[in-house]
Design a protein around this ligand. Structure first.
Ligand code: NI
Length: 152
């Protein structure tokens, strides 16, 4: 495994839509492993492939309850709403209040291409939404209602 370089907010790769993954091979598994290690190194709870410069629909999440790998994720159900503080490894030291659904179900494929569904509430629901938006070239900044009292 290796730690990959994080791309930051003005990098154009973060603003482009990602391509669907069609080949589930060792190259994808290395990317997933590297993304997870990179996320942990930076104390993140989620990371999307464009954040390490790869325009593919690949996400890793770990909110402290174990690793979740999402390939070609699609949000298929949203319920309720929550407003809370959100940040992004590509936008260091900036946090803001963002409204998200309180419960989210995602359909995705695992690293072998097998389809599955996963549901989450609260922080996990927020992470699903945030990371899926990265795959469409969107950053959370556009959704901020009010910025937190950030240090810089
Ligand atoms: Ni992010």
């Amino acid at each position: 495994m290796a730690i990959r370089e994080i791309r930051y907010r003005d990098d154009e790769i973060l603003h482009k839509p990602c391509k669907e993954v069609k080949v589930f091979n060792e190259r994808l598994w290395i990317l997933l492993d590297d993304m997870y290690e990179t996320m942990q190194e930076h104390n993140g709870v989620g990371l999307a492939a464009p954040q390490v410069g790869i325009l593919k629909r690949v996400v890793v999440i770990d909110i402290g309850e174990g690793k979740i790998e999402l390939i070609n994720p699609v949000i298929i159900k949203e319920e309720g709403s929550q407003i809370g503080s959100e940040g992004c490894l590509s936008v260091p030291k900036v946090f803001g209040q963002v409204e998200r659904p309180d419960a989210v179900t995602v359909k995705a494929q695992d690293r072998f291409g097998k389809e599955f569904e996963i549901s989450g509430t609260e922080l996990l629901a927020r992470a699903f939404c945030h990371e899926c938006e990265h795959l469409d070239g969107k950053l959370f900044l556009d959704r901020v209602i009010e910025f937190d009292d950030n240090e810089e």
